[in-house]
Write a protein that binds this ligand. Structure first.
Ligand code: PMP
Length: 443
């Protein structure tokens, strides 16, 4: 492969053109294995960023793609509809919380967040713009969210993402400024039971919603697991408290299940840990089991109706590749696999291995904490990793794990066997002993 061209001309995620880190050329992937050009096989610990839950090159997903591509790969969704979209949306509605009834299909996770935020703004426009304008009260334009959150890299999604993660200071003046409440403490589930919840955890959120509710369009958060903003796992009672406060102040709750959805946390949707229902739900990533990009924003009828009432007219969004039939066909096949509920045992088996093996990692001086939930395992270190060297170390040890900052984490495909999880954990444990895999020594 012409990796020199790649280095010189192709941007990879979060990289510099001046000093790009090496990228490993992949030729194919199958099951949980990724094959590099040099013939080396790596056990996948990342599910291609939470997406490839059923593994790569899956026969049923391949078949769905083949069958659909022979009929039509794409057709515009404005004024036309098709069976792949209808089958997928039926499947989605049969799985998501029962209050949700309307599906907007979008291209990526970030776009589904943009859509959710726009829907929340249009909801309030439809509900109260006349009265507010007549009384000279500004329209609602703020969102309340949590520190350490992550919702995507497009502008509105970035504006509700942790300011440090999304480097708000670089886009000051352009990026809307929203309200951030302190993120909840990390909590660890043990044998299916959560520890006691300290209600003080909600204090800051409670204060902020009380202070700002008149200007808020919605609260947006990742339920139970905050992913790219810190791999934090928090208590279901926090989420219940948020739902109650949103009800009390009549503020919409947008739940971003793009990373957590479809079984990753041990429940089909992470909201189920807290037994709550959102007003707007964002899903993506595992929707197509990582085959192609597709996401959805799903709302209650009440939200949909107000978004489209006579003040607002219609929802102002319609991407070119909306409801791409090929993606819809694969997503339908992926959700059919989800509906067999095999994932429940697979995820529980992975969680059991994490609960047996991760606690001993705490004995390494370098380790600050470990945590796990469902098929998510996290080792937080005191100092950041040396990205280039730890990546090379993992590849040398036959695994694909991509840490960031002080976080070495895995979220393997659900089909991973115990020996695969062991190999991933063993590679992490041995890396913890290597000084050159970390930026500085212990402090
Ligand atoms: N929300 C969450 C919780 C995510 O984890 C991500 C992606 N990491 C996104 C939104 C954005 O999704 P995408 O990268 O598909 O735009």
């Amino acid at each position: 492969m012409d990796t020199e061209f790649d280095q010189q001309h192709i941007w990879h995620p979060y990289t510099s053109t001046l000093n790009p880190l090496p990228c490993y050329p992949v030729t194919q992937a199958s099951g949980v294995m990724i094959q590099l050009e040099n013939g080396k096989n790596l056990v996948d610990g990342m599910s291609s960023w939470w997406s490839a839950i059923h593994g790569y090159n899956h026969p049923q997903l391949n078949q769905a793609a083949h069958q659909q591509i022979d009929k039509m790969s794409h057709i515009m969704f404005g004024g036309l509809t098709h069976q792949p979209a209808i089958s997928l949306c039926k499947n989605i509605l049969s799985l998501v919380p029962s209050n949700l009834e309307h599906v907007f299909l979008a291209d990526s996770g970030s776009v589904s967040v943009e859509v959710a935020l726009k829907m929340a703004l249009q909801y309030w426009y439809g509900k109260e713009s006349k009265q507010r304008i007549a009384s000279n009260i500004p329209l609602r334009s703020k969102f309340l969210t949590l520190e350490h959150g992550y919702h995507g890299d497009t502008f509105a999604a970035m504006s509700v993402t942790d300011p440090n993660n999304s480097m708000h200071q670089m886009y000051k003046g352009f990026l809307p400024e929203h309200i951030f409440a302190k993120s909840p403490e990390n909590h660890q589930i043990q044998d299916g039971r959560w520890p006691e919840f300290n209600p003080d955890d909600l204090f800051d959120f409670e204060q902020k919603i009380a202070l700002h509710h008149q200007e808020l369009a919605a609260v947006i958060l990742e339920p139970i697991v905050q992913g790219a903003g810190g791999m934090r796992i928090y208590h279901p009672q926090f989420l219940q408290g948020v739902r109650q406060l949103c009800d009390q102040y009549e503020i919409l709750l947008i739940v971003d299940e793009i990373a957590t959805g479809f079984g990753r946390t041990g429940k089909l949707f992470a909201c189920e840990h807290a037994n709550i229902q959102p007003d707007i739900l964002c899903i993506g990533k595992a929707l197509t089991s990582g085959y192609m990009t597709l996401s959805a924003t799903v709302t209650s009828k009440k939200v949909a109706d107000l978004v489209c009432n006579s003040e607002a007219g219609c929802f102002m969004h319609g991407p070119t590749f909306m409801a791409n039939p090929l993606a819809c066909a694969v997503a339908t096949a992926s959700l059919d696999l989800i509906k067999t509920e095999e994932w429940k045992k697979q995820v529980l088996d992975i969680e059991t291995i994490f609960s047996e093996k991760l606690p001993r990692f705490k004995s390494y001086n370098r380790v600050k904490s470990v945590r796990w939930l469902g098929a998510i395992g996290v080792v937080e270190t005191h100092v950041p990793v040396n990205m280039e060297l730890i990546q090379a170390y993992f590849v040398e040890h036959g695994v694909w794990i991509r840490p960031f900052g002080r976080l070495i984490y895995i979220m393997p495909p659900y089909i991973s066997k115990p020996e695969h999880i062991d190999q991933l954990l063993h590679a992490i444990e041995s890396a913890l002993e290597k000084d050159d895999c970390f930026l500085t020594t212990e402090n």
